[in-house]
Design a protein around this ligand. Sequence first.
Ligand code: CO
Length: 501
Amino acid sequence: MKNLTPYQAYEELIKLSRRLSYISAALSLSGWDEQTYIPLQGFKHRAEFKAILSEYLYDEWTKDYVGDLIEKAKEGDLDDIQKMNLYWWEKSYKENKKIPKELLIRHVQTSTIAYQVWKEAREKNDFELFKPYLKEIVEILREKAHILGYKNEPYDALVDKYEAEMTAQEIAKIFEKLKSETLRLLNRIGSSNKDFKRYLLNGKFDKDKQREFCKFLLEKIGFDFNRGRLDETIHPFAIRILPSDVRITTRFYEDNIIASIFGTLHEMGHAFYEIGLKEEYFGMPVGNSVSLGIHESQSRFWENFIGRSLAFWELFYDDLKRFFPYFESVKLEHFYLAINEIKPSFIRVEADELTYNLHIILRFELERDVINGKLNVDDLKDAWNDKFEKLFGIRPKNDNEGILQDVHWSSEMGYFPTYTLGNLNAAQFFYKMNKDLGNIYTYVRKGDFRTIYNWLKGNIYEKGSLYKPQELVEKVTGERTNPKYLVNYLENKIEELLSIE
Ligand code: CO
């Protein structure tokens, strides 16, 4: 170490980072495999395979030598890319060094058990079973937050993991505004007595046909099957194995064609971000996607702002009819209405574009209080149900349609707000794109998705982690995340929907 120049230290870090990125890729590939085609007995040795690789990565990244390299490299005369690489290396190095290995292991082990218990609790529809494990998870997370340190409140430390340098206070301010506006719009819909599902989409839709149709859409939009795949899993996801190998999954229900179409478009949005990252940055921190809130903005952009638009279905409705003659008898406008039904409901993942954010705001407020020590896990279920009733006007009748519905709390808190940040950022990017290119739906109607993709690629995908998440939003749109863009978009869309006869 002693004789390295700052430049040489930086080059050492690059070499290490690149090598470890390829090892991480083995873990990604394994993760994809476990959820798709692994034979049942294959799991036997898979846990050890993963533990060994994960421990190797952890050990490599936490060597004192790495800290010395970072310190040395910082003395150099650095360009912007080098500075940001060092920022991300140092951030994760310091975090890894702070958390004792025992706590890390306790977290992994507790999460593994908590996940199993959560599944069992769901089968029995009984939160009481899960509660002691949730208590332990909260204890671990609180301990982590105190070790990591935070700006204003412990919860900040957890948010920072997903949205670097964003605080709970900033999120709360954005969410407060979004909440009151959402409730206003919900009221508007309620008083209109609109029946979105006058034309119910309740046919039977062959799964193979659905798969074909989803592939057809992906191809038309520009998903490159030479650099990606579409497979089937219970929980849809998108994953980059390596540059030029980004895979997505979806699921098909015979009685619900909507779920597979929009699930596929959602994951395609995630995949576009990953495939659009700069290949020459692979193996460096700046070559990675920057945060969950930005990632989710890309999935929501394609799923909702494009996929749930009238223009999109003006383009594809004849194709849909060709695949599914069922729709011959449904008018395009009524199909459009049905796929945009807005209605308070208990389950987050089934929620519409408007009420979805209320589900997130509820979780954000609750977990923030829990982590900050203002709310006990013992009182969490009642708090959930009370808050739910206040926001939605309906009260969960059992745990599965309430506090037990999400898997997240079996391991983490601080993750949920990124979903709504994604919606907000998507609206803000959408607004800016319309300003830059003119009405986006003109391109959609023509099937010109290339122009849209290229805008996203140039402004967001290729930027990787060159900027912190809120810096990126500001760089692209001129300001940090502002709820007014989503509110305006939703308000316009709702008025349009309500005007359909
Ligand atoms: Co997503």
